[in-house]
Write a new protein. Structure first.
Length: 256
């Protein structure tokens, strides 16, 4: 005689009821809260930095010629999250061909980073979105990651302006700039992601103009409050394979 059915009924195996079987759809219902699972953080994440040639400095001035879609308000003593500076709707390289030499150099760095660390089978990479981020005094960038890409990057730049000609030793200023903090394993709550208090789970890389940082897009990161009078300027990028990756002969091919 067939047992009475409800949507989440019990099935019997070796005279033992098995919870979570959907008899109507003939499948088990996955419940992340009840299933047994374990996480093992066994290897570090590799990040790489590249120092750009001095010849690209002129392009940093051209970044400031792009009209931002917001104006940084004067510091009023209150800390706040910095808005995105996204001229060209976040497609700076795509819509400004004068930056093609810089784009090509960055993609060469991406290929090198992948070849020696991540080792995806990719013949050609492309930058999807690229945008500017300016953080004035009292501004920060909350913890986040870059979704829907494989590799992300941050290029620090500055052109010694912002009404700060009276500051002679810029190296001291760069050291005062907040670094980018990479988070090993952020904890989740219902409303936000917060950083663990354990400093061992945070690794910081200093702000230095002319430096490109490449990292896996899944890696969480943040920037603490800028307490200097200088704008903290950076260009961010997301990168994916141009046509796909993997190899057909090895049964690893994935085409877009």
């Amino acid at each position: 005689m067939r047992r009475p059915h409800n949507h989440y009924t019990k099935i019997w195996r070796n005279n033992t009821p098995v919870e979570g079987f959907d008899e109507q759809n003939n499948q088990y219902n996955f419940d992340s809260n009840s299933i047994h699972k374990e996480t093992f953080n066994i290897f570090p994440t590799t990040i790489r930095t590249y120092t750009l040639p001095f010849s690209y400095n002129e392009m940093y001035y051209q970044f400031d010629e792009l009209k931002p879609d917001f104006v940084i308000a004067p510091y009023n003593g209150k800390e706040k999250n910095a808005p995105f500076n996204t001229p060209e709707d976040g497609y700076i390289f795509e819509k400004n061909k004068q930056f093609k030499p810089l784009e090509n150099f960055i993609l060469e760095c991406v290929a090198d980073y992948n070849k020696e660390t991540l080792r995806y089978h990719v013949n050609e990479w492309k930058i999807t979105q690229s945008w500017l981020s300016h953080k004035g005094k009292g501004q920060r960038h909350e913890i986040h990651r870059h979704e829907n890409s494989l590799i992300s990057g941050i290029l620090y730049f500055h052109e010694h302006q912002d009404n700060s000609e009276n500051i002679e030793d810029f190296d001291k200023i760069w050291k005062q700039m907040p670094p980018v903090d990479f988070i090993r394993y952020p904890h989740h709550t219902e409303s936000m992601i917060y950083v663990p208090k354990d400093d061992a789970e945070i690794e910081s890389l200093s702000y230095k103009p002319g430096t490109l940082i490449l990292f896996p897009s899944t890696l969480y990161h943040k920037v603490e409050v800028n307490r200097t009078i200088i704008l903290r300027k950076s260009l961010s990028i997301n990168v994916i394979p141009s046509h796909g990756f993997g190899e057909k002969k090895n049964m690893t091919e994935l085409l877009f």
